[in-house]
Design a protein around this ligand. Structure first.
Ligand code: OSB
Ligand code: MG
Length: 369
């Protein structure tokens, strides 16, 4: 596909309810959307960066800046026959994975459209269903959490993930486990603890969690390996894995036994597939994480989650859970058994409603060679 033009839409989607994690609450989400055009094809991508550098150092503004200043000038007006060709243009640019992934993401959609195939099949997907898990933010009380969990279980979600932080952990999980003895339950600390708080995780060992996600620092592997050797429950790495090289090192030292793959965090679908493949070779299960995406990002995640080693439920709740406005058609919704149909249409497999995007748009820029 030839990249004749690129448009950046900055949108603002008020959240129906704040999504609270150990690092803060998201209430009003700015989201950068990318539209590429060329050879008669229109392709879309979503940048997974948040407004503030709390999950990682990237922000909506750093992504926009890096895309405009360093990534686009090397690709505008050029044709790329495959993903490695595109990635080669930014091979020497360090970090800024979410900025790179936003462009790569749109290009995957474009390439799939050029070849007349679904994103899932272009990525090497082997299944047409993906199991849905749900990530539940920090609530005002334990009884309220129990009520929220109950509601999502009734909707069919196959795995419940609860955000934890110091002071909001063992008592919470004890009660949720008491009320729901059989459910698949996980926790996500978003790096809120240090290794000297290992005792908390020893206590969590008794609740039969599927895994404990990112207990320690966002850029740590060493302490995670120490912690993993001290507890029975598997550690799942999220923030700490930004590349296949990170994954290789993590597996080598035993820093975790599960990986949450988020395409934005690792710089795109190509790197995600490398991590998926290495993990498969090492018999490490992976699952597809989420970053509160709109339908565009969720559709992309479903394509990725159709690869064979995505063997645990994804963080893919429908985007109407967070946002009033839907920007893709048809909206992606799991069935009553908590399964999504992986889109089989060409490209990301859902139609993007530019009209709806423009309704929520706060700025728009167009770049052409
Ligand atoms: O750590 O998995 C995380 C959302 C924003 C930032 C970090 C995380 C999350 C989630 C995913 O838990 C929720 C979702 O997209 O449904
Ligand atoms: Mg996480």
């Amino acid at each position: 596909m030839k990249i004749e033009s690129c448009e950046l839409f900055e949108t603002r989607f008020p959240m129906k309810a704040p999504f609270r994690t150990s690092f803060g609450a998201e209430t009003n989400r700015r989201i950068l959307l990318v539209k590429l055009q060329g050879d008669g094809i229109t392709a879309w991508g979503e940048c997974t960066s948040a407004d503030a550098p709390l999950y990682s150092y990237e922000t909506v503004d750093t992504c926009r800046y890096v895309i405009k200043t360093f990534l686009l000038p090397n690709i505008l007006g050029k044709s790329f026959a495959d993903i490695p060709g595109l990635r080669q243009t930014w091979a020497e640019i360090k970090g800024h994975n979410m900025a790179k992934a936003a462009l790569e993401h749109a290009f995957w959609d474009g390439l799939a459209k050029e070849r007349g195939v679904s994103l899932s099949s272009l990525m090497g997907g082997t299944r047409d269903k993906a199991a849905a898990g749900i990530s539940i933010g920090i609530q005002e009380s334990i009884p309220k959490t129990v009520e929220v969990v109950d509601g999502f279980l009734a909707q069919g979600f196959q795995r419940i993930k609860l955000k934890i932080m110091p002071g909001w952990d063992v008592d919470l999980i004890r009660e949720v486990r008491r009320r729901f003895p059989k459910i698949v339950l996980t926790v996500d600390a978003n790096s809120a603890y240090t290794i000297d708080q290992a005792d908390t995780f020893r206590k969590l060992d008794e609740f039969g969690l599927l895994y404990i996600e990112q207990p320690l620092a966002h850029n740590d592997l060493i302490d995670h390996a120490t912690l993993q050797s001290m507890i029975k429950t598997d550690i799942c790495l999220d923030e700490s894995i930004e590349s296949v090289e990170d994954a290789r090192k993590a597996f080598q030292i035993g820093a975790g036994r599960v990986v949450n793959i988020k395409s934005g965090r690792v710089g795109g679908g190509y790197e995600s597939i490398q991590i998926h493949n290495l993990a498969q070779e090492k018999k490490i299960p992976v699952w597809c994480g989420g970053m509160l995406e709109t339908g565009i990002g969720r559709a992309y995640n479903l394509g990725l989650a159709s690869l064979p080693n995505f063997s645990m439920p994804a963080d893919i709740s429908p985007s109407f859970r967070f946002y009033v406005d839907e920007i893709v058609d048809p909206p992606l919704i799991p069935d009553a058994r908590g399964e999504y149909a992986v889109p089989q249409g060409i490209g990301i497999g859902v139609a993007v409603q530019e009209q709806a995007i423009r309704k929520s748009m706060v700025s728009h820029e167009q770049f052409q060679k």
